[in-house]
Design a protein around this ligand. Sequence first.
Ligand SMILES: [Zn+2]
Length: 289
Amino acid sequence: MRLSWLAACLALSVACGSMRVQPIIDSRAQPLVSPVDLLVFAPHPDDEVIGAAGLVRRAVESGKRVLIVFVTNGDAYANAASALVHRSVDELRAGDYLVLAAARQREAIDADRILGVNPRDLIFLGYPDGGLAELYADGGHDRIQSPATGLTMTYGPVERDYHTLAHGKPAPYTREAALADVQEIIENARPARVVVTDPGDLHPDHQATYDLVRDAIAAAGFKGELLTFVVHSGPGWPWPIGATRLESPGHRRSGSRSRPWSRLSRSRPSTRISPSSIHRSTDCSSSRS
Ligand SMILES: [Zn+2]
């Protein structure tokens, strides 16, 4: 165990040297985030497309400004890293997960550009994929380590992490730091709508992202509308492909059946963008400001 741990650390130190995780000094005087209409939080690159592509596209088409925040770089998906670096899952090293993070950032930039979102309106927080539930549960100052990359601070391999850009240095993997980043973005973005994964979603990172956003909007005094969407909800969701049911198994499990669902219809049948099924939350304030 000690040898494998040491090998992982060595691999990580080499990878880190080329991944620009060292602190930098940000010379911008203005806040990174300016006011937007729609603010979407995605636990991983692709969740915003799976869960809110229709909503994002409609907002862009109507001239509204959209900001998308990725909480993690999606770097802990072992099968994807394996396919990317052509190494078996058992042989993956920390640096391989950083290669995956770079690929997923690039894919997110490309995908959201198709939706009409400018890359400058994407924010990567760089918190640990597969570690958000632990980060949230640890409850404050205790720093956790990414199960994939071995890192303990935010980073961005292609696009730098938000905290480094905004504050000149990465943030530790703590609930306190993650909440501060999310709250700061909400306060500066002043959105009319916030969209995030639903608490009934079965993926721990998705549940933790909701928890972080819920806490942050409460602390920020957000008075806009909170919408949620489900990505992972076990067999039967989102199958069959096509129009989704207005209630997911995850929602029955989470006991939130009484909360109303909305269906977003495509405005133009010819568009290639799929509609989103979204959930209008009543856990938090849903009145428009
Ligand atoms: Zn996800």
